[in-house]
Write a protein that binds this ligand. Structure first.
Ligand code: GDP
Ligand code: MG
Length: 772
């Protein structure tokens, strides 16, 4: 506990300058401010001063995610980690809703983790940054983003259930991002827990090689500890009389006088492990075949440790550990394993890092809005040093921002620090423009220098220099939002509050888009899925105290045309003394480029091209853009249309607004005459399913207008790659579950907008006009 020394505690009870709650405050000479709330001391016993917590060596940093199926025990495990490392005083409990990491009210109530918060703590000289990854499919963007900032992961499984669908999805995403992992079989105390079955399901479902580094001692009710396979030691948690918090455990070598069966199992497991690792690692194989070919018994533990580390980092195998977070067993060895087997930031490779060298490059991976302090931005620093009171440059927003404070995040607690180096996770105050997914560097000059460097490297490799900017960015792409619905405040007076709330939410979540319907003036939310929009709705109520009404959930279609058409239109109005006269001649035709045109491609007829003044040109293009947002069939935005301005004639009094209005109207006229076509979002669907259920899944896909691109064979699964219109995918997870008894998993990703068949289009138009 941080000593308050002679300071009078009573006089220190005041409002914390960060969290604004009445708390006991201590002011550190190094300018650290600490909340000493009842459950949290902000510094653990063994941290004597702030200096020790601000300078970790990069090799001692672990940026780790915990990924798990909902309810596998991710939150409980995280809590225990914080407790054993000394950052929390009492054990939080998800069932009581008082854990540190699930700090959004909603998460506490739903008991699921929606937002990825980062928590930093130290364990035996290692700095561990835990990045909490969300478990639900609708939050794939969040998962992807957190995978981007972490270097390794712990997959937590319920030992009574084995590998469940959701963890399979996240596991595949981690494969895609090349993330080394270790597994923790949690809930070993639970009825029905089976170490063997859980390991089998890891082998089968995850198609990976589990390395058993532990064996459980007892199972279900009798679970009391673990055997360390490498050292052949047993670790037993003894219930202390008063407090069974798992802090006290005994580690001692297994002897023949102990459990003979256990000793034999441990020896067998060790031999198997050595053989497995020797198969995967040449350096270790040489050692085993040479010096230790007679007997493995004398093989030093460190040699085995480092070989296991190498195969883990190379993602050739996955070490498996077990325990019970709830019953406080097995978490300390898991922390040891994180420091021992998962990579340090400098062991990971990111493309863009080499362009920056020692200059600052960081990725904003999370924005939270604090009522008092404004936006708090979580950053992963890839290179360089970050300091408070400094200006930084945001590449995505092309702007310079000032960072006022730099904090170390401890879930909902933070400690102020004076600098932070590459590999770390920082929380900043003062960045007003930066949003989730933005890349932050020291200055525009630094970004340009990196771009030149990247241009040389990329250009020489690919023989071209365009598109270099993308290499500089640390962020990930945000997919198109494909669902939308209207949102209304309870009264018009609350509209400005709603607008503010939505601005904040958009910065936190780039997959949320907000727009205004041009006709009705209604606010429209566009999102990634049903749950996504529901959560946003919920957050507006809880965090901003606003009651809002959502319209029905709809699919975001687009429109285009299939032939070329000309139109002419004239506006003639007298306003006051002035007569505004304008005539426009506009042609529209289909765009035939390689990539789709979501903004209008505007051309001018040769004879007028040079004679149009810039302000007139701007007015014309405004008019075109306005019309582009509203297609002729259903009012959805246009795509792939080329607009040719053939003539625009005005008189001297005509205002530019009138020009825009006339151009817009003329273009609408042309569009209405053209052969109209609705485009619908088509998704890439990837289903992993057993041979046994393949037929049922394919039959169902055929009814959903799905087209199968490929069926890949795996040892005992099939992977179906298909394209399916989004409109056919409502409620698919429930259907797939019942078709396959829950054994199949799927991922759904936006692919492109595609032409609807005449039959489907007619049905849609009838439905929209209320005829069907
Ligand atoms: P999360 O959804 O992965 O974050 O899981 P939680 O940590 O919220 O836990 C889900 C439920 O499982 C809660 O009711 C926990 O009390 C319970 N739980 C977590 N760990 C264990 C464990 O080791 N053993 C048992 N029996 N239950 C556990
Ligand atoms: Mg949780």
């Amino acid at each position: 506990m941080l000593s308050l020394g002679p300071l009078r505690a009573a006089s220190l009870i005041s409002e914390c300058m960060y969290c604004r709650k009445a708390r006991v405050l201590a002011v550190n000479p190094l300018k650290g401010h600490f909340c000493l709330q009842k459950n949290y001391s902000t510094l653990p016993d063994d941290v004597k001063s702030l200096r020790t917590i601000i300078t970790p060596v990069v090799s001692k940093i672990r940026n780790i995610g915990i990924m798990a199926h909902i309810d596998a025990g991710k939150t409980t495990t995280t809590e225990r980690m914080l407790y054993y490392s000394g950052y929390t005083r009492t054990l939080g409990d998800v069932d009581d809703g008082d854990t540190v990491t699930d700090f959004m009210a909603q998460e506490r109530e739903r008991g699921i983790t929606i937002q990825s918060a980062a928590v930093t703590f130290d364990w035996k000289g290692y700095r561990i940054n835990l990045i909490d990854t969300p478990g639900h499919v609708d939050f794939t963007v969040e998962v992807e983003r957190s995978l981007r900032v972490l270097d390794g992961a712990v997959a937590v499984f319920d030992a009574s259930a084995g590998v469940e669908a959701q963890s399979l999805t996240v596991w595949r995403q981690a494969d895609k991002h090349h993330i080394p992992r270790i597994c923790f079989l949690n809930k070993m105390d639970k009825n029905g827990a089976s170490f063997t079955h859980a390991v089998e399901s890891i082998k089968e479902k995850l198609k990976t090689k589990p390395l058993l580094l532990q064996l459980p001692i007892g199972e279900a009710k009798s679970f009391r500890g673990i055997v360390d396979v490498i050292t052949k030691e047993q670790v037993i948690w003894k219930a202390a009389a008063a407090l069974d918090d798992g802090k006290i455990f005994e580690r001692k070598p297994l002897k023949e006088t102990d459990d003979l069966v256990l000793l034999r199992d441990a020896s067998d497991a060790r031999n198997t492990l050595i053989e497995q690792v020797a198969d995967l690692d040449d350096e270790f194989a040489e050692l085993v075949l040479g010096e230790f070919s007679e007997s493995f018994d004398s093989l030093p533990a460190e040699k085995l440790h480092s070989a296991v580390r190498r195969v883990t980092l190379a993602r050739k195998a996955v070490p498996v550990f077990c325990g019970s977070a709830l019953k406080n067993k097995g978490v300390q060895p898991l922390l040891d394993a994180i420091s021992m087997y998962l990579p340090a930031p400098d062991e990971c490779h990111y493309d863009f890092m080499k362009w920056y060298k020692d200059d600052l490059c960081a990725l904003a991976f999370k924005v939270l809005h604090d009522k008092q302090r404004g936006p708090l931005v979580f950053l992963r620093i890839y290179s360089g040093i970050m300091k408070p009171q400094s200006a930084v440059y945001n590449i995505n927003k092309n702007c310079v921002e000032r960072m006022s404070r730099l904090l170390l995040p401890f879930a909902d607690q933070q400690i102020e620090i004076s600098s932070l180096t590459a590999g770390n996770i920082a929380l900043t105050v003062g960045l007003k423009q930066s949003a989730t997914g933005d890349t932050i560097v020291s200055s525009k000059a630094s970004a340009m220098a990196a771009a030149r460097q990247a241009g040389r490297d990329v250009g020489s490799k690919r023989g071209r220099s365009s598109g270099v900017e993308n290499f500089l960015l640390a962020g990930i792409e945000v997919p198109e939002p494909v669902f939308f619905c209207t949102i209304e405040p309870s009264s018009m007076a609350r509209q400005p509050d709603l607008d503010r709330a939505l601005t904040c939410l958009q910065r936190e979540d780039p997959s949320l888009k907000v727009k205004i319907d041009a006709d009705t003036g209604q606010t429209i939310l566009c999102g990634m899925g049903e749950l996504h929009i529901e959560i946003i709705h919920d957050r507006i109520k809880r965090e901003y105290g606003l009651d809002t009404y959502l319209g029905p959930l709809q699919i975001a279609y687009r429109e285009t045309i299939q032939n070329s058409v000309q139109a002419q239109d004239t506006l003639d109005r007298s306003i006051g003394e002035k007569r505004h006269q304008v005539t426009a001649q506009i042609g529209v035709r289909p765009w035939e480029g390689d990539t789709s045109a979501t903004v209008p491609v505007i051309e001018y007829a040769e004879n007028i091209c040079d004679s149009i003044q810039p302000d007139l040109r701007e007015a014309i293009e405004n008019g075109v853009h306005t019309s582009y947002l509203q297609g002729p069939c259903l009012g959805f935005p246009l795509q792939d249309v080329v607009v040719t301005v053939n003539a625009v004639a005005t008189n001297s009094d005509t205002s530019l607004t009138m020009v825009s209005a006339c151009v817009s109207r003329c273009m609408q006229k042309a569009l209405k005459r053209a052969d109209k076509q609705v485009l619908e979002p088509v998704m890439n669907l990837e289903i992993t399913v057993s041979d046994h259920h393949l037929g049922a899944v394919l039959g169902d896909l055929a009814q959903r207008r799905g087209s199968i691109r490929e069926i890949q064979s795996r040892p005992d699964d099939k992977v179906v790659l298909a394209s399916v219109p989004l409109a056919e995918m409502m409620g698919y997870s429930t259907v797939l579950r019942s078709l396959t008894s829950g054994s199949a998993t799927f991922t759904l990703e936006f692919a492109s907008y595609q032409v609807m068949s005449p039959h489907e289009q007619t049905a849609l138009l009838q439905k929209k006009s209320g005829l069907a």
